[in-house]
Write a protein that binds this ligand. Structure first.
Ligand code: ATP
Length: 364
């Protein structure tokens, strides 16, 4: 079953909450067991466009028991999500990122109705995930890069047919969605191959198709390009960009691959230790992370390290010098100052590496 199915107590790949943590004091899939209901999309009102996914002061604590002696046990409270708030307008793709253990999965599990929040308010497409999971699954699709939600022994075609029946997808809509995904994700030669015989990239494309057959308005992608080769990554990213543009699908993307973020998201939400540490434009991360850009200048001859206000020389190789300056600043005045005082022949600017920006942000 697809992600939506996962949220409803999947039988196929195992619910994402099933492996939530061995020390869990409460079952991660606490709300599991519900099955996909008979109702269709239904009317869910018209949630404000600027808060299609609405997270307010969200908290999730786990009680973890630890054995401290032969008979003694202590109970410790883990605050996995510690009061985060953000809103995602319809049709936006956001990168939801943070270091290991930051609370991303726990948040996504609450958004998909697998976990019930300890406190706070949640709405996805106007639906309260924990209370109305049956309604929610009609609106969401989930793709987990690390595990398939398809039936291992069945050909893709049969898995999709099962999804169709579970979601009661009207025949014409099912056919159109399947055809579109098969074409764009180049699955036509693979429909009769059992899932276990597919490569990771093929399987991922198969999973994405399964998650989209019922036209979800919100798509959660958890590491969708993990382990894929360069060509498969590019294909998946291109597909997701088109999906967002053509269908107005709202996408929450969790990934450690910063190229995914750079290519798909203008906005990122960064969490660390269960708290929101940044919510804004990807470019703005540079300011928060106090990163630096590098001006590489070629001079007419070797002159020793240049001295110029607003930058510092970090490397010199013959007539070529590397100058670091704040990424939030403009290179223009710096270049003018340099050109006024030194025999400048050529220059280029190197953007900061987003990976180092983010690690600086996490590092505090
Ligand atoms: N069921 C659970 N029981 C107890 N603690 C848990 C449970 N699930 C998560 N945690 C703890 O909550 C914190 C957040 O975990 P979570 O899996 O949400 O992080 P994450 O950001 O998704 O990390 P990763 O990138 O490694 O997947 C961690 O300290 C984790 O150990």
């Amino acid at each position: 079953m697809t992600a939506g199915g996962d949220a409803a107590g999947s039988t196929a790949g195992g619910a994402p909450g099933a492996t939530a943590g061995e020390t869990a004091g409460e079952p991660a899939g606490e709300a599991a067991g519900e099955t996909v209901g008979e109702t269709g999309h239904g009317t869910v009102g018209d949630p404000a466009r600027d808060a299609f996914v609405d997270v307010q002061e969200l908290v999730k604590t786990f009680r973890v028991r630890r054995r401290t002696g032969m008979l003694r046990r202590t109970v410790r409270e883990v605050r996995a999500v510690d009061g985060i708030s953000f809103a995602v307008p319809r049709g936006e793709t956001i990168g939801f990122i943070g270091p290991n253990g930051a609370g991303k999965s726990t948040t996504v599990k609450m958004l998909t109705g697998i976990l019930t929040p300890t406190s706070g308010r949640l709405r996805v497409a106007g639906v309260d995930p924990a209370r109305e999971r049956t309604r929610l699954v009609r609106h969401i699709g989930v793709v987990f890069g690390q595990r398939t939600t398809l039936w291992w022994d069945l050909p893709l075609r049969d898995s999709y047919e099962l999804v169709r029946r579970m979601y009661r997808i009207p025949a014409a809509r099912y056919r159109a969605n399947l055809e579109r995904c098969v074409e764009l994700l180049e699955l036509s030669g693979l429909l009769d191959v059992p899932v276990r015989q597919l490569s990771l990239g093929q399987r991922m494309r198969g999973d994405i198709t399964a998650a989209l057959l019922h036209d979800p308005e919100v798509l959660y992608l958890d590491e969708p390009t993990i382990g894929l080769d360069v060509v498969s990554k590019a294909r998946v990213r291109e597909f997701l960009r088109d999906l967002n543009a053509e269908r107005d699908t709202t996408v929450l993307l969790t990934t450690h691959d910063l190229t995914d973020i750079e290519q798909l998201c203008r906005r990122v939400v960064v969490i660390d230790h269960g708290r929101l540490v940044y919510d804004g434009a990807l470019a703005g991360l540079h300011e928060v992370g106090e990163s630096e850009r590098t001006l590489v200048v070629d001079l007419e001859r070797e002159v020793g390290p240049v001295e110029v206000e607003g930058a510092r020389v970090v490397r010199v190789e013959g007539p070529r010098q590397w100058l670091a300056f704040p990424a939030s600043g403009s290179a223009g005045p710096l270049v003018s100052r340099l050109a006024a005082e030194y025999p400048l022949v050529d220059l280029s600017i190197r953007e900061p590496d987003i990976e180092s920006v983010i690690s600086r942000l996490y590092g505090g």
